[in-house]
Design a protein around this ligand. Structure first.
Ligand code: LLP
Length: 432
């Protein structure tokens, strides 16, 4: 009935997440509120880890792409589940290190890492730095030299594969700010450059073709292109590439019509392809890394709001306004992202109405969905937006000086705060 198996309806006709009553959670913690089912997160992590092992053996590692949702608790869970992580900024790296995440399993990404971020990465002893460009390569080599270190690096490669997704979240094509392209020789040039530098050690390649992808084919083409490049690099430079990071991007079900790839099938097909190509190109099997973000946390999260004003504009539409909006979920305004909506205190009722869900920001585009089906609502009801676990809290802002909501985790009948609700004082704390 729901897009995520973490959700259900209880005898009181209330929406549940991880078996807990959403109306009660809203009462206890206030709204807006992000609620995550911890077992769903751990379950998703295990699907990745187990299938990687099943199809590729021990020579692989799943990295949680923590940009999807980052906080101390997430890093603790990733650590407990034996995953590595992808961090993409000094802030994520700092949080991971402060949470006691094993630094050798941290992969540091970014298309414009600053000098301070690289120093932090070198000082923390991150496992790999994924180098984006020649400017960064030279800066890193100089810094590592000054600090008496040698950095293990991957290069971010644009494989030139079209990922069939929203333009803003496509990354593998030549016209992208990320990485070096294969087609125009940039990738070969940067490797040649690296061979002349003594404080970096080229271990592998990384690629990421985009996000919210539903087809298997672009992933397989990418694996093929990358294995071909590994062969070329061996022949040209005599370098054996031992790690291949295939990125993230696996689509999730936001609405009924979304049809994500089964990771079991994906991993089986990718593994087969890599085995075939290793044999054909006479290469050792590389260590495989994958970086799912969205598909680890999206289905585990929902956002609860209190319904305020309901404005019926005759012959136009009905605006149902909630106590949050683009500040806690900018994905509709950015990508026209689709969601499912439920009135949590009437979850089993038929969706007899069509409404436009509006936020409270001073901006007409501040919407969470347009013309969506919903149960008959009234002020004071609790509205749940489903599948908001990824790229919601992590993209939240304080526009209009609205405090960021709290995030709570539920697990086995208990709930606890993992990120506190911001106060007005929090918002003012850096004002001089
Ligand atoms: N690895 C790299 C290098 C990435 O850039 C990303 C996502 C991932 C892994 C994880 O991809 P995922 O498995 O989550 O699709 N804000 C957008 C999504 C941006 C994705 C950025 N990079 C959204 O809300 O849809």
């Amino acid at each position: 009935m729901f897009v995520s198996k973490a959700l259900g309806v209880n005898e009181e006709n209330h929406l549940t997440i991880g078996g807990m009553d959403c109306v009660e959670l809203a009462k206890e913690y206030g709204t807006p509120l992000y609620v995550f089912d911890e077992n769903e997160i751990r379950g998703n992590m295990r699907i990745y880890a187990d299938n990687l092992k099943k199809h590729y053996g021990d020579n692989g590692l799943i990295l949680y792409a923590s940009k999807a949702f980052c906080c101390k608790k997430m890093y603790k869970i990733a650590k407990e589940e034996g995953l590595g992580i992808d961090v993409v900024s000094g802030g994520e790296l700092y949080t991971a290190v402060s949470s006691g995440f094993p630094t050798e399993k941290i992969y540091f990404h970014g298309n414009n890492k600053t000098k301070d971020e690289l120093i932090l990465a070198l000082n923390s002893g991150v496992g790999r730095i994924v180098v984006d460009n020649s400017f960064e390569l030279n800066m890193l080599n100089d810094l590592a030299g000054e600090m008496g270190k040698k950095a293990d690096i991957l290069f971010r490669i644009k494989p030139g594969v079209d990922a069939h997704t929203h333009d803003f979240i496509k990354t593998g094509q030549i016209d992208s700010k990320f990485g070096v392209a294969l087609e125009n020789g940039e990738a070969t040039e940067i490797i040649e450059e690296a061979t002349k530098l003594s404080n970096v050690n080229l271990v592998g390649f990384h690629c990421h073709i985009g996000s919210q992808i539903f087809d298997l084919e672009p992933f397989l083409s990418t694996a093929e292109v990358m294995m071909g490049f590994i062969k070329e690099v061996k022949e040209k430079f005599g370098i054996t590439i031992s790690e291949l990071n295939l990125g993230g991007g696996f689509g999730v079900r936001y609405v009924e019509s979304d049809d994500p790839i089964s990771y079991d099938k994906y991993m089986e097909a990718v593994s087969r392809k890599i085995h075939e190509l290793s044999k054909k190109h006479n290469l050792p099997l590389p260590k495989i890394l994958m970086e799912p973000g969205r598909s680890i946390v999206a289905s585990a999260g929902i956002t609860l709001y209190t319904v305020g004003n309901i404005k019926e504009i005759k012959d136009v539409r009905t605006y149902l306004s909630v106590d949050g909006g683009m500040g806690d979920n900018p994905r509709y305004i950015l990508y026209n992202a689709e969601y499912d909506f439920e009135i949590a205190n009437k979850a089993g009722d038929k969706k007899s109405e069509t409404v436009t869900v509006a936020g409270k920001c001073c901006e007409s585009g501040d919407l969470l969905g347009e013309n969506v089906p919903l149960q008959k609502a009234q002020p004071g009801d609790i509205l749940a937006v489903l599948t908001t676990g990824a790229y919601n809290y992590s993209m939240a802002s304080n526009y209009n000086r609205i405090p960021k909501p709290a995030a709570i985790f539920v697990k086995d009948g208990t709930s606890k705060v993992v990120i506190k609700r911001e106060t007005y004082a929090d918002i003012m704390k850096n004002d001089a």
